[in-house]
Design a protein around this ligand. Structure first.
Ligand SMILES: Nc1ncnc2c1ncn2[C@@H]1O[C@H](COP(=O)(O)OP(=O)(O)OP(=O)(O)O)[C@@H](O)[C@H]1O
Ligand SMILES: [Mg+2]
Length: 297
């Protein structure tokens, strides 16, 4: 199983669009997917057909039966929605002990999915912390503009700090450039900066600007149903294929040593000298430059 937060504290960069279409694409490849909306704006709900009135709030706070909160969208895709009540949940749960692991504990027994995808809100409050704590991986969609690039660097730093504070090992496993317009100079510049900074094994091909991606939610459909010939469908399908190809590095059902060796093969390793203690350590080469230091992700 893989648990993946789709996260960026910057708003409007394509988190929800990416989560919904990646979930749809994975399920079309025969993967069993659970999509959790963690955003009190409830954007996922506006992209899909609703079957149940219960949502994540009812599951987390009122301890409703999980089955009552799940929307079955197609054969392999389940969705748990959110709405404004989730903000109330946050206020209630903030007083709980070990509050960063509420979500992880609530979903402890949910193991019959290939993928759990978490659509995060554009904030770093309690629910987002819970998403990060629950997840083993993070996908960071990043808009190909100046602010988007700055937000990406911040996000990577935040995840590094989060891992230190909570002794967690969340790996950034995809950086997804979005809203890419090849006629726009800034977009091209920013895409090149992303590729200059991060390993090409981490930063994916860009998702192009495509109005069909804006229209699909109105039809309550994924881009693959709404317009399979669109560039949006092509870009998200390629992304999905890349995600599936990464399973050997991240799927918890594969033995740890095998995953570790696949990671090293994929990214390459580099020895860095650290001062205390005086020895060299090996890090995966995910960054290409030294401004932020070599990090293991
Ligand atoms: N590649 C794209 N081309 C054109 N429009 C897009 C693309 N990706 C997303 N959009 C549109 O941009 C807007 C913001 O996208 P989305 O809601 O996915 O971002 P978000 O990061 O989830 O936002 P928030 O931070 O508010 O949750 C939406 O109207 C969406 O339809
Ligand atoms: Mg969103």
């Amino acid at each position: 199983m893989r648990t993946i937060s789709i996260i960026n504290q910057k708003g409007g960069v394509g988190k929800t669009t990416t989560t919904v279409n990646v979930a749809a694409g994975l399920s079309r490849n025969g993967k069993k997917v659970l999509l959790l909306d963690l955003d009190p704006q409830g954007s996922v709900a506006s992209c899909i057909k609703q079957e149940t009135s219960k949502n994540l709030y009812h599951f987390l706070v009122e301890h409703a039966d999980l089955r009552e909160c799940i929307n079955h969208i197609g054969m392999n895709l389940d969705v748990i929605n959110a709405d404004a009540s989730l903000a109330k949940a946050e206020q209630i749960l903030v007083g709980e002990p070990n509050r960063e692991s509420i979500l992880a504990r609530a979903f402890e027994d949910v193991t019959d999915y290939d993928y759990i995808l978490l659509d995060c809100p554009p904030s770093l409050r309690l629910l987002t912390q819970n998403a990060l704590f629950f997840s083993k991986e993070a996908f960071i969609p990043v808009s190909t503009d100046v602010l988007g690039y700055d937000g990406l660097i911040k996000m990577v730093q935040i995840i590094t700090e989060f891992n230190q504070v909570f002794n967690h090992n969340l790996k950034v496993s995809k950086i997804i450039p979005t809203m890419f317009d090849s006629r726009n100079r800034i977009c091209k510049e920013m895409l090149n900066r992303i590729y200059a900074e991060f390993s090409s094994s981490l930063a994916t091909a860009p998702i192009r600007v495509n109005t069909k991606l804006k229209e699909a939610p109105r039809a309550k459909a994924s881009i693959f149903t709404y317009d399979p010939k669109s560039s949006g469908a092509e870009d998200y399908w390629n992304l999905v294929k890349g995600i599936i190809a990464d399973e050997k590095m991240y799927d918890s059902r594969i033995p740890k040593e095998e995953r570790k060796s696949a990671l090293r093969k994929h990214f390459g390793v580099r020895k860095i000298q650290i001062e205390e203690p005086q020895q060299a350590v090996e890090v995966l080469v995910t960054h290409k430059f030294s401004k932020y230091g070599w990090t293991t992700f």
